[in-house]
Design a protein around this ligand. Structure first.
Ligand code: DAH
Length: 336
């Protein structure tokens, strides 16, 4: 057999080997018990005696060559593995966990409640399903009042009893019936009205109700408290205006405006060129409401106010469409 031809064949073969399985097969083929080297070694005995020694040396040389080829290949296959491991760049930044945050409306509710907490108000919540009595009757809202209409309030099946509260004022009734004055409470929560949804209306929105009852509470207490609130949330430089208004549950009643924070009261599209922005309704609690909860209006007096959270947040952040709060678009929410 031509040893040189075998060497050439082996060189080619080893080059094409690219896996440890193929290398094992190669090893068996040449170095195995029935492999080529074993066969050649066996054949030595059949040679004429003068050729045995030199052929034996050639076979040995071939064997060494095969062994060194295998060793080299082993190393190379191993280092490929090492290399692919080394390709993981451990200095790259990791995949960071995305952190969420509170919804802008929740942030606004928290901010408003914190301001009133500092003034000594406690925070109370009430149910979103209310009785017609708490939502209207006890608040001195007459039977013929338009807000009682099915177009302005969501009634539940048993129309004469339950509804989705249309404001947070009914919590006044719940709190006053279960506690005695003095009390100062703010009530954040969802309210519902069957309004067609547009840039400034939503069938569900949030309000914060506030009220304070004690002996000798006057309109000036209401003004002072609301001034502290409005300046804390909109800035010390704003001006305030109390505009006479009507609410069935307060007397006298006022709507409160702040000077436009966009145009600094010069008149712009946000304030409708008026220079003023309405932020809430308020007044002195009506004696009829006190009678409904069993307080003597000759002994106690108090003030109440109610504001829309969306409206406050929209003014504060310059948001022009209420629907943005409810669409869960992260491009919007991430800005807060
Ligand atoms: N409940 C009123 C509304 O939803 C807001 C309001 C006005 C609440 C005057 C009050 C108040 O407590 O005194 O429009």
């Amino acid at each position: 057999m031509d040893i040189e031809a075998i060497k050439a064949k082996i060189d080619k073969e080893i080059e094409s080997i690219d896996s440890s399985e193929a290398l094992t097969a190669f090893r068996l083929k040449y170095l195995g018990r029935k492999g080529l080297i074993a066969e050649l070694t066996k054949g030595i005995a059949n040679l004429p005696s003068d050729q045995r020694a030199s052929f034996g040396q050639e076979v040995n040389a071939l064997k060494s060559k095969i062994i060194s080829l295998i060793t080299e290949k082993e190393k190379r296959l191993g280092s490929v593995k090492e290399e692919s491991f080394a390709r993981v760049d451990i200095t790259l930044p990791g995949i960071s966990r995305q952190l969420g945050h509170l919804h802008p409306l929740t942030q606004t509710i928290n901010e408003i409640c914190e301001i009133f907490s500092r003034l000594g108000f406690s925070i109370v919540e009430g149910p979103e399903i209310e009785t017609e009595y708490n939502n209207f009757t006890a608040l001195n809202i007459p039977l013929e009042h338009p807000s009682r209409d099915v177009f302005d309030t969501f009634y539940l099946k048993d129309k004469n009893k339950f509804l989705l509260r249309s404001h947070t004022s009914p919590v006044q009734i719940r709190v006053m019936k279960s506690r005695k004055p003095p009390l100062a409470v703010v009530v954040p929560g969802r309210v519902y009205r069957p309004d067609a949804v547009d840039a400034s209306h939503s069938f569900m929105f949030h309000q914060i109700e506030g009220f304070l009852v004690d002996k000798g509470i006057r309109f000036s207490d209401l003004k002072g408290s609301l001034e502290v609130f409005a300046k804390a949330i909109f800035g010390e430089e704003i001006k305030m205006r109390f505009r006479p208004h009507f609410f069935p549950f307060t007397e006298p009643s006022a709507e409160v405006d702040i000077s436009c924070i966009i145009c600094k009261a010069k008149g712009c599209s946000v304030c409708g060129r008026k220079g003023w922005l309405e932020i809430l309704g308020s007044g002195m609690i009506h004696p009829e409401v006190f009678k409904q909860v069993g307080y003597n209006p000759k002994i106690y007096s108090g003030f109440a106010f109610g504001m829309g959270v969306e409206r406050i947040a929209m003014l504060k952040y310059g948001i022009d469409d209420i629907r943005l709060f409810f669409e869960n678009d992260l491009r919007f929410l991430k800005q807060f």
